[in-house]
Design a protein around this ligand. Structure first.
Ligand code: DAH
Length: 348
């Protein structure tokens, strides 16, 4: 039979034991064990509380309050201890993980954009700054039908112009091919968008040609299209001359030669006077930069546009060709071989 004094003593001993155990505990786990041992459901405080029934009715409230006080105090101490253990842990981490700034760093090889990507982005920026939008890639598939690659662009059926571009046909269907020019984007865009149109469309094209230092079966073009009321040849020349100025960083003499493309009338080829140093001597020569012309009325009509009211111009250039000029590259195959010695030349 426990008395009030016994229980008080027991509580006092428990408090001291718990405190000293807590003092020497040095891990979260050890503290948790102490919590279970003293405060848990089957812990010592509860054992003592169970004995309260033996205490007289008058004494019970006071001794019960004392038991609660010991239990609350212990709970509080446990929390403090956990807090300080966490701090100690963090401090230990800080101590052990100091940064030695004199240690040599880990070398990370830095990549560079592919020269064709750089060239495409540069060209796109130039045209953007002249008010052109860049057509989203999804608009203009590389696996295309002959309707968008030829028919809608005013290539008559069986016309030799189709042979100008040695096209890869697929075996999916006799009408499905790999696009031979980015001009398909003209039709795709005009079909779906309101006028006026002022866009460029860079992308990949394919031609079944013998590979050489100048030609590859896969290459890249950038197409441009502007359609509005009262667009004239002088608008075409003005825009393209401004483009040349931005491309070369200075005014360059240009000339327009008559040419033929089924989707433009008149059709032209634009040349730029180019300075090249050969054996220490500066040589000037005309270089063909792109094809261009006024959009043929048939092409506009194929897209449901009133050719009486609207006119436009289009142009198309080879991105590899421009990159070869700009970066002084002599073999088109260099672009596709992923040779790091070549690619690393474009760093910085
Ligand atoms: N699509 C032509 C080609 O691949 C290039 C071209 C010429 C595009 C004249 C045009 C243009 O938009 O007006 O040879």
């Amino acid at each position: 039979m426990s008395t009030q004094v016994d229980i008080k003593n027991e509580l006092e001993t428990l408090r001291q034991t718990a405190e000293s155990e807590l003092d020497s505990a040095n891990s979260v786990q050890a503290v948790d064990d102490i919590r279970v041992k003293f405060l848990g459901r089957k812990g010592q405080i509860n054992d003592i509380k169970r004995n309260l029934k033996d205490v007289s009715n008058e004494e019970r409230p006071a001794i019960g309050a004392l038991a609660n006080e010991v239990s609350d105090a212990l709970q509080h101490q446990i929390e403090m201890k956990l807090e300080s253990l966490k701090h100690a842990e963090i401090n230990a981490k800080i101590q052990s993980e100091t940064l030695d700034v004199t240690m040599p760093g880990v070398f990370h090889r830095q990549g560079v954009l592919h020269p064709l990507t750089m060239m495409t982005e540069e060209l796109s920026d130039m045209f953007r700054s002249m008010g052109f939008d860049v057509i989203d890639d999804n608009f203009c598939p590389e696996v295309e039908t002959d309707y968008y690659n030829f028919d809608a662009l005013n290539f008559p059926p069986n016309h030799p112009a189709r042979d100008m571009q040695d096209t890869f046909y697929t075996d999916v269907d006799s009408h499905v091919l790999l696009r031979s020019q980015t001009s398909n984007s003209q039709i795709r865009y005009m079909e779906k968008n309101p006028l006026p149109v002022r866009v460029i469309s860079p992308g990949r094209v394919y031609r079944n040609e013998d590979v050489s230092s100048k030609k590859n079966v896969l290459f890249h073009q950038l197409e441009g299209l502007l359609v509005d009321e009262d667009v004239t040849v002088s608008d075409l020349k003005g825009i393209l001359q401004e483009f040349i100025k931005r491309l070369f960083g200075e005014e360059r003499p240009t000339r327009f030669r008559t040419s033929y493309f089924p989707f433009t009338e008149p059709s032209m080829e634009m040349d730029v006077l180019y300075k090249r140093t050969v054996n220490g001597q500066v040589k000037e020569e005309w270089l063909e930069i792109m094809g261009c012309g006024m959009v043929d009325p048939n092409v506009l009509e194929n897209c449901g546009i009133d050719a009486e009211k609207y006119t436009g111009f289009a142009f198309g250039m080879g991105i590899e060709r421009l990159a070869m000029l700009k970066y002084n590259i002599h073999n088109i195959r260099d672009f596709y071989q992923n040779d790091l010695r070549f690619l690393n030349d474009f760093k910085g």
